[in-house]
Design a protein around this ligand. Structure first.
Ligand code: KPL
Length: 298
């Protein structure tokens, strides 16, 4: 099987490594010819570092324009704000029954993609793997955790996961929501305070903000009819402890002067709250503060 992967981001590179270990062929779709040339100059391989060991993943790379056989299996591990354009730009190259896996953060874009591209075998994945890049085609495996995959519209009819290391779920919408709820409470605090996930309760002010964010999200969940087994604050405490030494994805984006996904994290809460008549001032504050921190990157 040939897997096409959009971009050469950290999470996409982890999956390229897994596909390679399963003997599958990998084709990266890069934005520009200059990037393709750079990749070829570096030996046409991704480098994956794990506990100081570096392994190589050979891949083909091209721009979308250069693709001349229909894509049957496509992984979209982009930033949330790039995913919709990514599918649109690749559509003319897709086989009619292509399997597309959208593996993004945030909430809302998944539903938009489902609405516009339901003619494909469209699946959504949510991962808690941790990885970061140290150079254009070099990724460090920080923590391998779990990936869940499912359909937003026809879970019952899917029998096997197309990603060997990802577990099939018939509640991917819920999984995506629960993850974004946690990200809303951890990511902006780390980005504003330039701190590790483990330090989000280190001061009274930080703790209070986390507490208020979680309360607002639970009020919204109540209005939306979303049920949870465990209080959100308890889940946030657990994830912050488990990933204590991580720099959150939002902190990494802010530190590198890149656009963040805050519009699809706290911003998604703000939009939904408006529709449900719920007040979420702390989430709005996080959205505005992070947007101001990264004005130049937008
Ligand atoms: O998903 C994450 C992120 O950084 O985006 C958490 C759970 C906060 C782990 O770092």
């Amino acid at each position: 099987m040939t897997w096409h992967i959009i971009g050469a981001g950290a999470i996409g590179s982890l999956w390229a490594d897994r596909f390679h270990q399963q003997g599958e062929e990998i084709r990266l779709i890069l934005r520009t010819e200059a990037q393709v040339q750079h990749f070829k100059d570096q030996g046409s391989r991704l480098l994956i570092e794990e506990r100081s060991n570096v392994s190589t993943v050979p891949c083909f790379a091209s721009t979308t324009a250069e693709i001349n056989t229909p894509i049957t299996h496509l992984l979209i591990p982009t930033k949330a704000f790039d995913a919709m354009d990514a599918v649109k730009s690749i559509q003319s190259k897709l086989a009619p029954n292509a399997t597309i896996i959208v593996m993004i953060n945030g909430y809302g874009v998944q539903q938009q993609i489902e609405k516009h591209f339901s003619q494909y075998n469209l699946l959504f994945a949510s991962t808690t793997d941790g990885a970061y890049k140290t150079a254009p085609f070099k990724t460090v495996k920080a923590a391998i955790d779990k990936t869940l995959i499912g359909s937003l519209s026809r879970s019952q009819s899917i029998k096997t996961s197309p990603l060997m290391d990802a577990k099939l779920t018939d509640a991917i919408d819920d999984v995506i929501w629960k993850k974004v709820a946690i990200n809303c409470c951890i990511n902006p605090i780390t980005a504003i305070n330039n701190c590790l996930n483990g330090a989000i309760f280190a001061t009274n002010e930080r703790s209070n903000t986390v507490f208020q964010l979680a309360e607002e999200i639970e009020s919204l969940e109540h209005a939306m009819g979303i049920k949870r087994q465990k209080p959100l604050l308890q889940e946030v405490e657990q994830v912050a402890e488990l990933t204590a030494s991580n720099r959150s994805s939002m902190l990494q984006d802010v530190s590198n002067g890149r656009r963040t996904e805050v519009e699809h994290i706290n911003g998604a809460i703000v939009d939904l709250a408006k529709n449900h008549g719920v007040e979420v001032p702390y989430n709005l504050k996080m959205l505005n503060t992070i947007q101001n921190l990264t004005l130049a990157a937008r």
